[in-house]
Structure formats: C-alpha cells, structure tokens
Design a protein around this ligand. Sequence first.
Ligand SMILES: *Cc1c(COP(=O)(O)O)cnc(C)c1O
Length: 470
Amino acid sequence: MQYLSTRGRAPVLGFEDAMLAGLARDGGLYLPESWPQISADEIVGFVGMPYAQVAIRVMRDFVGADIGEAEFAGIVEEAYGTFDVAEVAPLVQIAPQSWICELFHGPTLAFKDIAMQLLARLMDRALTRRGKRATVVGATSGDTGGAAVEAFAGTEAIDIFILHPNGRVSDVQRRQMTGAAESNVHNIAVEGTFDDCQALVKALFNDHALRDSLALAGVNSINWARIMAQTVYYFTSAAALGAPAREVGFAVPTGNFGDIFAGYAASRMGLPISRLVIATNENDILARTLASGRYQPKSVVATTSPSMDIQVSSNFERLLFEVSGRSGERVRSMMRELGESGAIELNPTEIQSIRAAFAAHRIDQDEAAETIRQLCQEQDYIADPHTAVGVTAAAREELDPGSAMVALGTAHPAKFPDAVKRACGKTPIIPDRLEKKLHAEERYDVLGNDFAILAEYLTERSSALAEPQL
Ligand SMILES: *Cc1c(COP(=O)(O)O)cnc(C)c1O
C-alpha cells in the first residue's frame, strides 16, 4: 500500500516510511491511496474471533508487503498480549440499545495504548531491521504521553521526547510519563497549552534540516499507523452487536479527531456504521463546524476531560482531504485560509458530505458529571469524564428500533478520581498496574514555549545524530 499526503506535495511513501515520517514533508498527513475492503461475510466471521486475529485481518492491506505476514502477526499478538482482559476492547451494556466499548485495559489504562503498543513495536522493528535510530517527538494533552512513554521506554532504536502543557495534565497523567526510569525517555513540560505543544512539534517537523539530522518520527495521532490500529475495535464492536445486519452507530469522545477518523476509515472499508457522533466538551470547534460550515479555532478552555481540551483538531485535515475529493490543492488553500484569516469556510458539497456521515454534540462539564452520577446510581457503572461526554452525546441521538449505539470508553475512571468523586461521591479503585507507577521518582524539565530552546534541548540529548555536530 502506498500513502499520499493530504497536501499533495510530499513524496508518496510505503507503509513503514509513512509510519516513520509521521507528518508529511509538505506539512500534510498521510492517507492510504485507496481504502482496502472488508466484506460483509468477513465482518460476520469476526464474532468470537480473538481481537489480535481481527486486528491482523483489518490491518493487513494497510501494511501490505512492507512487513512479512508472520512477523506482523507476531507483533500484533505481542502488542495486544499486554492488555488486562482477553477481549482487549470489551463491550458493557448500559441501556437497552446502548453499550460502552471499554478501550482502557492496556498498560496505562488509556485507549491510546491500543495504538501505541503496536506503533512502538512496529517502529522499533523497522528501524532495527534498517540499522537506523530515530528520535520520537510527541505532544500530549494527557494520555498520549503516558501511553507513548510506556510503549517506547527501553526500545532499542528510539529516543523519545514528550511535550506536555505544564500544570495542565492531571497528576496521574503526569506521573505516568515522568516516572519512567529508562534513559531513552525525556519529558518536557512546556509553559503553554496543548495547542502550543502541538505547534512546537509541528514546527520541529517543518524544519527539514533538524528533522533529518535527528531522524524525527512522530507518534501523535497524525501518525497513520495509530489511526490504522484504531479502526479495529469498530469492527470487533459492530460485529459483536450484529453488524452488518444490524445498524450500529458510535459516539466518540473527540479531541484531535484521530479516534473518530478511524471510525470513518472503518466505514470506508465497508463497515456499515449508521452514524459517527462527535462528542466534544466545551472545546467545541467540531460541533460548531458541523452546525455552521465554518472551522474556526477559539482559545482552549480547561475542563474535567483534559484529553479533549483541544481546538486545533489535526486529523480533521484528513477528513477535509476526503470530502474535497482528495484534492491536495484544495487542502493547501484551506490551510492557507486558516493561517491567514483564522478560519476555514467549507463549501456546500464539503459540509454536506461531512453532515452525511457525522453528527456532533457539545457536552459541558455539568452534563458529563450528571451522566457519571446517573450511570453510577442506576447501573453501578463508574465512567470517567471523557467516556461520560461520549455517553451523553450518544443519548442525544434518536435511535431506530433495533439499532445499537456504542460510546467509546476512552479512559479508566481511576485516572480522574477527583472529577468522578465530585460527580458521584465514589472514589474509583486504582488498579495495581497504575498504583505502582504513582510512586516512582519524577523526571522532567520545564521549558518555555520557544522553538529555539526546544531544538537545542533535543539536539543535545538525542542519540540519533549520525555525526557529531560541529
Ligand atoms: C486522546 C483522548 C481522547 C480524544 O481522542 P482523539 O483521537 O484525539 O480525538 C478522548 N479521550 C481520552 C481519554 C483520550 O486520551
């Protein structure tokens, strides 16, 4: 499989090169040149199959000839063997037509583990095979960092640098990153917001000299391999609930638009998804875009669901590429417009195609808290604030009789004990695997929101530099 940039001016790359690149050289994001198809019969056959087996089938064509079949199967099985439950992404029913798909049974109790456990192994293997090293740089609003550190700590061929907004991630989230003892892990607290962190990472990638000398690789949800890994649980959930015969929709707590774009990808691969519901918190850029046809970032508001406190949803560019008829030229002009006027005006065809596949609801903190309280009292189920945003948005949709709606459960409630306690009076039980991390000594440096300082920091510490810098 070959991969194209959404901006149409970067080289077309194979799977491993697109994965190692992260962001394309023209500032765009990679997408497969065509959508591989999974047949209705195959979807029916996924029922009762081990998660790793479905994953191997769903991802096989995206990887193509880059990795041998047996090697790929081994990597996938190892990645999902790190999960606490055999199903990997179990479904829990919360109402006659509603389920939560729990994506938080991995090593850091975040749904990010599902992609990151796979990505780290795929990258390390590709680099080792090539005799190369790389520097992974990522920005996190909370959970990506912990999942990335956990997955990449101790890898052979990679140094990892994770930027988080100083003081804007939860204690648990910070400790999951900064408690790593491995010397290839570097944590940076940036004095700014998540969007600032993300902008710094983008600027690093757009500095081609630095990008080459440090062999920079991105692991944010702009990395195609992550989206690919996230398409799998849409298939396992929908199949388990009776698709394709039964209509199944998904409500997705959304920040960077990666997770829900994976749902869109699954639908393009032949999974009949009746509706993809974008669930946002007060940072509602996507809900506003669907309503008005105008994509216009505002400033970020801190909420009880910090992993969704994002105003620049990077992966939305992938959807823009699709709905503009895969026109790199149109995407470039939209990005120019965004840079110059601070907004993008979608044309009627574009906004109509988006509305045909997606709905969006803005759920504020109080509404999410009310959902946590209700689930706790009526179902004895403890949801974290992100999952609660998804469940609340799902409940706003009118469902056809017989259809099913799945809200994605993106974080374990024990990661957000204060918000959960405030909403329902209960303190979630901390699983052992998390408890151990919370007492490790923290290692991180605080840096200003400044590109030059960051570039110097990386250059001093990365071991990917082929030659000593003069
Ligand atoms: C990352 C994350 C999200 C948002 O996912 P996107 O792919 O960025 O839209 C939602 N909830 C939690 C807990 C997360 O960690």
